[in-house]
Design a protein around this ligand. Structure first.
Ligand code: 5GP
Length: 211
């Protein structure tokens, strides 16, 4: 079922289920979308206004960007440290993305869900499919742009990657967009405020709260 919210930004929702306020275990939300679609900014701002939600902090071997803080954006590890975590089965999911490893620490996510907190994972599509397989009760949201060509401009404006890395990310984005059909909800970010409103709406509705 698709809901068109307005002419500028729309949201397609396959199914919305309102749950009672007496949730024992938290809801696991998985948010994906092509690099440059604005998902990090949207997720950060959406969560600022919502109680009872926590964001998972991933582990990566990618170098830290100047505007990032260790333990806030990511935990930055060496390849051997990351591989040790794989061997110890410490990840809910992990992936090799554009030459670097990224993974979600299992204990943090499970611990918070068991405490009744809703968790948000902001991860790419292969990892999201792993989560859906292992935890089918999770709710998957895809944040995208109307046209893949918009990403080029957005990534250049962001200026966090060199030309070659941007080209790799655009190719990856085209692949990632093929996965949107597996998501429970798709938010098209061509109007930031509308996309934010829609994201908050879905997070709140699916976790049984009120805006
Ligand atoms: P970036 O390098 O731009 O921070 O992230 C690159 C991609 O990796 C983004 O799509 C981001 O959502 C995804 N990502 C970040 N952390 C994880 C993770 O723990 N697992 C997976 N599978 N993807 C991740």
């Amino acid at each position: 079922m698709y809901f068109i919210i307005n002419a500028y930004a729309f949201i397609r929702v396959k199914h919305l289920t309102c749950m009672a306020n007496t949730i024992k275990k938290g809801i696991l939300f998985v948010i994906s979308g092509p690099s440059g679609a604005g998902k990090s900014t949207l997720v950060k701002e959406a969560l600022d206004g919502l109680n009872n939600f926590t964001r998972s902090i991933s582990v990566t071997t990618r170098p830290k960007r100047p505007d990032e803080n260790a333990g806030e954006n990511y935990y930055f590890l060496s390849q051997s440290e990351f591989k040790k975590m794989i061997d110890n089965n410490e990840f809910l999911e992990w992936v090799d993305y554009c030459g670097y490893y990224y993974g979600t620490p299992k204990s943090f996510v499970e611990g918070n869900l068991n405490k009744g907190l809703n968790m948000v994972l902001e991860i790419e599509v292969i990892g999201a499919m792993q989560v859906k397989k292992n935890m089918p009760e999770s709710y998957l949201i895809f944040i995208t742009v109307p046209d893949v060509n918009d990403l080029n401009e957005r990534l250049r404006k962001r200026a966090t990657e060199c030309d070659e890395a941007i080209a790799r990310r655009i190719e990856k984005a085209k692949e990632e967009m093929k996965y949107e059909k597996y998501y429970d909800c798709i938010i098209v970010n061509n109007n930031y405020n509308e996309a934010l409103k829609n994201l908050k709406y879905v997070l709140t509705s699916e976790s049984g709260g009120n805006l």
